[in-house]
Ligand binder design. Sequence first.
Ligand code: TXA
Ligand code: MG
Length: 319
Amino acid sequence: MAGPKTELLAPTAQGIARATDLICKGQLVAFPTETVYGLGALATDSMAVARVFEAKGRPSFNPLIVHVHSFDAAEKIGVFDDNARALANAFWPGPLTLVVPMKSAAGVADLVSAGLDTVAIRVPQQPLARDLLKAVGRPVAAPSANPSGRISPTEATHVIDGFEDGVIAAVLDGGPCAIGLESTILTTMPRAQLLRPGGLPVEAIEACLGHALETESSTGKITAPGQLASHYAPTTTVRLNAQNAEASEVMLGFGDVAGDLNLSPNGDLTEAAANLFGMLRALDAKGATAIAVAPIPTLGLGRAINDRLMRAAAPRGQA
Ligand code: TXA
Ligand code: MG
């Protein structure tokens, strides 16, 4: 399916106009959000959505997040109860995805939600993403812009490196992503439940709701296929909670535990999150037998970091 060369678009009005034009024509355009780069396609165009799965080599049961410019646009697609409305009001635009019942007149291609009667919706904050979504004026389905099972891209070059030239029409270059972890995914129906930890800390959500969140591990059933253990995997094996590397390994440090690279020498979890995918990618390229990773505390963004690392460390072939 490789067509003409993939265009690298500058973060200018002209670049946004070109990206808008390509998306409206049903082409795939990768664009920056504050979490990770998304591989965007017009959500109302089932062929365009199909090309997303094709490009990613993604298992087709894995539904996509729909990106819109505003809450008003989100309400045309999904049904928001009081909790969902309160969360959208508190955290949009931002790194939160809400899974809500889909409106029948939404016009969103079935493939987007892989046949589910719910839809995952996000209003990103990154200015280029906002300008693009406003200009497109229709919902844009976008998974992370990486081949399925690989690390999410946090820079335009990661996207370019992931796909054969021409498989995607263009990449809008917004520089590195500020948060560097995917959005936190939450459903509120029938009750608030965390489907994927991510860039918005659970503590902030619990403070908004006024009570603790139920997690999927507490119910044992998988609602978001992204929860499958080996979804986010570098090519190299990952060994967790390491204090130092064996002879054939490379080491990803954190805080006082040194390594070939260190997620945050000061032990700052926000900095660690922003560095996570880029550093895993760099270490993955070194051809070691394994990437040994220092212990990361399980609080705030540390939860999402550990979630990603545990998936990377899980035996392959589960997703
Ligand atoms: O930060 C992000 O969320 C990035 C940027 C590009 O927005 N996107 C992203 O998309 O991480 P993706 O496709 O890599 O992950 C989307 C997750 C998947 O785990 C998928 O299963 C889940 O969202 N999902 C989508 N629709 C769903 C639904 N209706 N019910 C449950 N889970 C859903
Ligand atoms: Mg992904």
